[in-house]
Write a protein that binds this ligand. Structure first.
Ligand code: PD2
Ligand code: ZN
Length: 300
């Protein structure tokens, strides 16, 4: 069984500060191999053991936080329930995305998640891997308190950013993705390529910037809040490496050219806590992904 070492303590602190529910954190730790009582103890410790010890651990989603006094509720539960308004992605089982027909393989309404096939061709995937392979740098994570990018063990991957439209291939992919996500091209961040080696993972997190954290303002100053994410899989991962949504009990396998889309900000600017997600540990082979995050306003 894993132990609550410095990396796990950091994970507990960061996710408690980001407004994750206790249940989602316990579930993530159990998925990572902890016994449920050990996970419960660690999570309760992160939320402040003395105040919470008296409270029962409810089994249903949101139960623990719903039972808390107002002053102890996480930022997500203190707000009105997230309203699932219609997302921007086109209906249908095949979507014409700029220059390519993309297959819709699965749609989930709560949270809003769509799994696609055939977003990139095998040649395009190979080209993005090859041009990135020798330029990778260890990935960072945003410290919610300061907004600084730090290397931490919650995210064991290496990555590289491409400027929007920086050459013909990137421009074509940016256009295809903007068309698929049905969101203005200029609201997109540059494409990011990430590589995870054996046992590499990205523990559950939110892609949006927590509004109640002082560090978020640094990031939202340009383009506003993140609205949705598209993760494209550039290779088949033989075992592990799924994109997981622990609150929703969803897991998406990494298959070359496929992608997972999820939307977490609605038209009322609410943020959806059910989009807690992570990259499960790679159990064999390695994993390459390409990520597009889109903002509420032009990202210039
Ligand atoms: O590697 C993934 O599957 C993954 C999962 C969740 C990547 C990210 N989030 C991310 O880069 O934000
Ligand atoms: Zn993410």
């Amino acid at each position: 069984m894993p132990v609550v070492d410095a990396a796990w303590q950091e994970w507990l602190r960061t996710n408690a500060a980001r407004g994750c529910t206790m249940e989602s954190m316990i579930e993530a730790m159990v998925q990572a191999g902890f016994a449920s009582d050990a996970a419960g103890e660690a999570v309760r410790g992160a939320f402040g053991a003395t105040a919470l010890d008296a409270l029962p651990l409810a089994a249903s989603a949101g139960g623990v936080q719903a039972a808390l006094p107002q002053e102890l509720q996480g930022s997500q539960n203190a707000q009105a329930a997230y309203e699932y308004d219609p997302g921007p992605v086109a209906r249908g089982n095949t979507i014409r995305a700029f220059d390519r027909d993309v297959q819709v393989l699965m749609r989930c309404e709560r949270p809003q998640v769509i799994v696609f096939g055939n977003v990139l061709s095998p040649d395009e995937c190979a080209e993005m891997i090859e041009r990135s392979r020798h330029r990778l740098k260890r990935s960072t994570i945003v410290d919610p308190a300061t907004g600084r990018e730090d290397v931490i063990r919650n995210r064991t991957s290496e990555g590289i950013w491409y400027q929007r439209g920086e050459d013909a291939l990137i421009e074509r992919l940016d256009q295809r993705i903007a068309s698929l996500m049905n969101w203005p091209l200029e609201n997109g961040e540059g494409l990011q390529i990430l590589h995870y080696g054996p046992s590499g993972e990205y523990r559950p997190h939110f892609d949006y910037f927590p509004p109640d954290q002082p560090g978020s303002a640094v990031h939202t100053a340009r383009g506003g809040q993140r609205v949705a994410t598209l993760v494209v899989y550039l290779n088949d991962v033989p075992e592990g490496g799924e994109t997981i949504f622990p609150e929703a009990g969803l897991s998406v396998a990494a298959q070359q050219g496929g992608a997972v889309y999820f939307r977490y900000m609605n038209g009322r600017r609410q943020l959806d806590p059910l989009t807690l997600h992570g990259g499960a540990p790679v159990l064999s082979g390695d994993k390459w992904i390409m990520t597009k995050w889109v903002r509420e306003r032009p990202y210039v």
